[in-house]
Design a protein around this ligand. Structure first.
Ligand SMILES: [Zn+2]
Length: 224
């Protein structure tokens, strides 16, 4: 399917570097001198098809990102001796960068969600599976969709998982406080890889609707 190789990546980097050393990428040099001041954080999946910068066409220094398996926010758990990568990124984004928005972006065909529904791949050491521990964060989502036919469970679980991540964001006291004050907004979006549709969650109606009008038309065409 893909003919990517290390050599191809190096070729890509070569092109980038040629532009970088010319005028075209002067923004990088400016950013190196000034540092970053992104006002938006995106938490997306590690999946190779859902790069937020590509999908939302954001520029250098605009979006602070975390990518993890199934784009999840764990609950606030300040326990010593554990390593919390996503929570550290949240702490930095909120406490140091003062981001004004956090978007949790889910997607269709998510392997992490699939492993929650179908069971994680066998643990490499035969015992402890990091993946199954990790996706357990959204075990409630699996329960909620369990009555649906199996093929519908994946998509429904992707959406339910996003709602849990929103709830977990608010379990961080310094996030809840800023949301209450109005200095921080949190969002849950879902990207459909096949159609390109982006849906956003609306808490008041407990439903997802298209982020832009064109998506609405595409959705109507799809459902007619
Ligand atoms: Zn995924």
């Amino acid at each position: 399917m893909s003919d990517i190789s290390i050599a191809k990546l190096i070729q890509g980097y070569k092109k980038f570097y040629r532009k970088y050393t010319g005028q075209e990428y002067s923004d990088y040099r400016k950013a190196a001198a000034l540092g970053q001041e992104p006002k938006i954080m995106v938490i997306a999946c590690s999946d190779s098809r859902v790069n937020p910068s590509k999908i939302m066409q954001s520029n250098l220094g605009e979006v602070f990102q975390v990518r993890n398996v199934a784009n999840m926010v764990p609950p606030y758990r300040p326990d010593k001796g554990h390593h919390h990568s996503t929570s550290s990124a949240l702490e930095f984004a909120v406490g140091t960068l003062n981001v004004e928005h956090i978007i949790v972006m889910g997607h269709s065909g998510c392997g992490g969600i699939k492993s929650l529904i179908d069971g994680a791949p066998v643990a490499l050491d035969g015992e402890y599976s990091f993946i199954s521990q990790w996706v357990n964060i959204i075990a409630q989502a699996k329960k909620k969709v369990s009555a649906l036919p199996r093929q519908e469970q994946y998509h429904a679980c992707e959406l339910e998982a996003l709602k849990i991540s929103l709830k977990n964001l608010l379990s961080f006291p310094w996030i809840a406080e800023r949301v209450k004050q109005g200095s921080l907004s949190i969002h849950a979006w879902h990207f459909d890889i096949a159609s390109g549709m982006m849906m956003a969650y609306d808490e008041a109606s407990d439903s997802f609707s298209p982020v832009i009008e064109d998506n609405g038309a595409a959705s109507a065409r799809r459902n007619s």
